[in-house]
Ligand binder design. Structure first.
Ligand code: HEM
Length: 490
């Protein structure tokens, strides 16, 4: 077993390493020039920046991130440089990471005062075709009016039947008794189909099939080194984004025609956006609507499927936790008829399961963190970060701190009982004004899926020591988390 584990780890590490070395070899001449250039430039007036290393030219510390994983990279840099903040270079950008609860708090409480949202070049190029002119503020302003509508409690309640029905169908068709299921792939399909239903009212299986592959490529390469060379994740993402956008523009055009002759509006996000007018009575363009919907689908597909995979992994690894989740879910299942769908009241009873979800997201946060730009020179923990610099926060800088989470390696859902962790320590959904607006939706999707999963199956991992890879937007099991599923004895 040990030898197999080592081979597995070596193989996956090599894969991760090769992802970054390919472009390096192609760019050797430029590389040498930049070494020289950056060395000379480095001795400027940035004396009071937090300590750190910007790694290799172009590659920055992406190789280290892929090899060590986000948690180890963060812990290592905090120990080596400073527990409060360090300088690094990731995704093609030099930046400062503010660490711990204090760093999270600083960023979350200074939104639009000292810091403003910022997206890495790769995200802007993949998501916004006219990226040169796009500021984070623009899509945000457009989306702002819909945020409240989309995620208000009544809307979430309305989504529930679709969530439960689709989860049941998905498990009935794709998860056969005593077979092996690849959780990552399967939950991507589920969350994608659900999001397309809820946010676009698209249910045609052929169309969904056609969109899923390019959507996956788009999300896989969205936060990566922005090197547009054949074979890179980024290159694949740019190509896939064109395909996705063209298809969504086509759907939007067709939908607009329908809406103009319909007496009553449709309730999905795309339809609502198509009917919005500005102060001059002008509609938003089809391509703008399509783009906004792509952004929501990306969030709904990637983070949520990643979260379900992470929770399923915990349940497969920890039988005593599975047993308690099973008990809670069976009590709910027994209180209902076999075809009766879950209600909001049922989800409210899933308290232990929700704590298991949160503890899983503490141990493996689906998001590596997000970025901001400083709008003025800022002082933090004795360091000075100049105006215009990029900074980031990451859940990895606080989730394993034993001061906030005693025995941080231990899986303990009781940490979330009562008032739960101290403010700014558990930040899988961010915090402050920009805290994830989709968290209520995510909570329902995850709990409804886990309910259906554990009330139907027991399961074990096919590769007990399967490694997590951290070279993409969200952490992913190296083999997609294959599990063997067994139906419960009747
Ligand atoms: C488990 C699932 C999810 C996790 C872990 C997650 C996590 C996050 C995090 C960490 C942020 C960044 C906050 C910041 O920059 O400070 C964020 C922002 C955001 N999320 Fe989520 N998210 C999830 C699901 C969703 C879903 C399902 C949607 C929409 C359908 C969504 C929509 C958004 C949007 C629009 C923002 C930007 C908010 C802003 O900048 O004001 N998220 N999310």
């Amino acid at each position: 077993m040990h030898v197999r584990t080592c081979v597995l780890h070596t193989e996956t590490s090599m894969e991760a390493l090769m992802l970054y070395l390919q472009p390096l070899l192609l760019l050797l001449p430029l590389f040498l020039y930049l070494v020289f250039f950056i060395r000379r430039k480095g001795s400027g007036d940035l004396k009071n920046l937090p300590p750190g290393s910007v790694g290799w030219p172009i590659l920055g510390e992406n190789v280290e991130l892929a090899l060590l994983g986000s948690q180890r990279l963060m812990t290592d840099r905090m120990q080596k440089y400073s527990p409060a903040a360090f300088t690094t270079s990731l995704f093609g950008e030099k930046l400062v990471v503010l660490c711990g609860a204090a760093g999270n708090k600083f960023i979350f409480t200074n939104e639009n005062k000292l810091v403003t949202p910022w997206l890495p070049l790769s995200v802007r190029k993949v998501l916004f075709p006219d990226f040169d002119q796009v500021k984070h503020q623009e899509p945000e302003e457009t989306f702002h009016n819909f945020k409240r509508d989309l995620f208000k409690p009544e809307a979430l309640r309305d989504y529930m039947p679709a969530m439960d029905r689709l989860a049941r169908e998905h498990l009935r068709h794709g998860w056969k008794a005593d077979s092996v299921v690849q959780v990552r792939q399967s939950t991507k399909k589920y969350t994608f189909e659900l999001a397309c239903k809820v946010f676009m009212d698209v249910v045609d299986p052929e169309l969904l099939e056609k969109l899923l592959e390019p959507f996956s490529l788009l999300t896989d390469g969205m936060v990566s080194l922005p090197l547009n060379l054949p074979g890179t994740d980024f290159n694949r993402a740019v190509g896939a984004a064109k395909v996705v956008r063209a298809e969504l523009v086509r759907i939007a055009q067709q939908r607009r025609k329908e809406l103009l002759v319909m007496s009553r509006g449709r309730e999905d996000l795309m339809s609502k956006m198509l009917l919005v007018t500005n102060e001059h009575g002008k509609y938003m363009s089809d391509s703008k609507v399509a783009n906004m919907v792509v952004c929501v689908l990306v969030a709904a597909l990637y983070e949520v499927s990643s979260a379900i995979t992470i929770v399923t992994k915990s349940l497969a690894e920890l039988p005593h936790i599975y047993d308690q989740v099973f008990k809670e879910q069976m009590e709910i299942a027994k209180s209902k008829g076999p075809d009766e769908l879950l209600t909001e009241g049922d989800v409210e009873k899933m308290k232990y399961t929700w704590n298991v979800v949160l503890e899983s997201l503490r141990i493996t946060p689906p998001s590596f963190g997000t970025f901001r730009e400083t709008t003025t020179d800022i002082s933090f923990a004795g360091f000075t970060i100049p105006k215009g610099w990029k900074i980031m926060w990451s859940p990895h800088s606080s989730h394993y701190n034993p001061d906030y989470f005693p025995e941080p390696e231990k899986f303990d859902p009781s940490r979330f009982e009562g008032t739960g962790p101290a403010p700014y320590t558990f930040v899988s959904f961010g915090g402050g004004a920009r805290m994830c607006p989709g968290r209520g939706y995510a909570r329902l999707v995850i709990l409804v899926f886990i309910h259906n999963l554990v009330t139907k199956f027991r399961f074990e991992k096919v590769f007990p020591d399967e490694k997590m890879l951290f070279n993409r937007l969200s952490p992913a099991p190296a083999h997609g988390l294959p599990i063997r599923i067994h139906p419960h004895q009747k």
